[in-house]
Design a protein around this ligand. Sequence first.
Ligand SMILES: C[S@@+](CC[C@H](N)C(=O)[O-])C[C@H]1O[C@@H](n2cnc3c(N)ncnc32)[C@H](O)[C@@H]1O
Ligand code: SF4
Length: 477
Amino acid sequence: MNWNITSPADRQHFAPEEIFAAGLTQHHLANTAYPIGHLTTMRPYRVTRRAGEDDRVAAAAWNGIDELCLYVHVPFCEKRCSFCEYTVVDPHQNQSAEDTYYDLLLREFEMWGRAIDSQQKTLSGFDIGGGTPALPKAANTARVIEAAQRQFRFKPGMQISIETTPRIAANDPQKMRDLHALGIDRISMGVQIIQPSLLKALGRNASTVDFNLKARDAIRAAGFEKFNIDLMYGFARQSLSGWEATLQHAIDLNPEYITLYRMRYKGTQIAGQAAQVTREQINALADLAKAKLSAAGYTANAGKNTYSRIAGDPGTSDYLTTRVIDGTPYLGLGLGSQSLSHVTLSYNAGAASKNLTLYQQKIEEGRLPLQDLYHLSREAAMGKMISVAFYFGEINLASFQRKFGVTVEEVFPHEVAFVLQRGLMEYTDSTLRLTVEGARQINGVIALFYAPAVKEHLLQLSLADSGIERQRDRVMA
Ligand SMILES: C[S@@+](CC[C@H](N)C(=O)[O-])C[C@H]1O[C@@H](n2cnc3c(N)ncnc32)[C@H](O)[C@@H]1O
Ligand code: SF4
């Protein structure tokens, strides 16, 4: 594998105790959204934008990759929720920008097609995500699916997944039918929470319980048999009783799957509220969810966020499942999308600005719309693969060895000993998996497997915070 040379920052070693403690202190940041602070932590691996160098490196990274996953980002929503971390453009632009955006997407498809000879490559998963990809006209979604069919082979039985809000599903049952007729067989609907006052405070289009039932009926009538509901926890002022009511409502909707998202504050309009939410509160909410969902027949191993009531079905989209279990590379198209080959990580333009300007400009210049491109060292790539694996609360040992030619234990001997001794992880037949206690301390555990440069960054954040706390104590005294 054509890894980059390991940077000095990625040759450091840190004591597991220290990193574990920093991960717990920085529990709002130490999660699967990796790497943290890429502009700093990945800087040594940054590919120069000079004379199309980035386009060349980005394309060459896909040589020899026969199977990949595809993600297409749709940055449109009816309204922007204040808790949202995703790349969404100002909703006032939706009408004027929609068709142009899909034209650009199709050009991006073609550019990648030529750059990586994509017709020889097979998709093992395909997500159309957002934003709210069910908001635009179904005809535009059809254009995206046709482009994917033109540019790639589809693995037989591969499933396409899409996301909707309850408002769109309830108000536009025909759209649900149209999307299903396009061959999309899994749909995910964001319910989040059901307390009207909290929804209002979070700037979310309030949806009543009856409304969600109407949305569910439209989705079922359209023929979707793989129906997921997203719920969110970890908001300031979110009570256990309110959360219990939300969980009960999701169970009453009777989806095949329920995914729990712990609120990630970074980059959201309510980032300042993170300090009001403790790990103890988070764990109490997660414990309640586990008990309630298990009692209703929805299962997930410790640390996994998607619960499924279908035996043998992990409940996630094919796109996510193969990425997590096998470490399959993924190509992300559209505004702000992330792509990961075996040796590169990149972000399309627009993730920070949340507008189309630079993305559009690059495509119109005939260039891939990349904003940040990193040629990874082996250490950096390992950190990314394991962070993604923690979506399922476990590291697939064979997949890691296949990808890196060494075992997890060889690379992380002290870290593995640490998690085993403390009862945070345990071996199953094929994985190293979080225990119930490990899931409660996941932010500490996951940090143990970060690349050294990211560990260092986490330690610095932790030290800075403890400095602020010491100062605060002094002022109070
Ligand atoms: C891309 S959104 C799409 C769903 C759709 N737009 C909706 O809101 O119903 C996917 C899911 O991410 C979750 N989410 C949004 N903002 C988040 C944040 N700041 N932290 C964690 N999860 C978040 C929500 O549960 C949401 O349903
Ligand atoms: S949570 Fe969904 S609807 Fe709200 S802004 Fe984010 S993507 Fe859009």
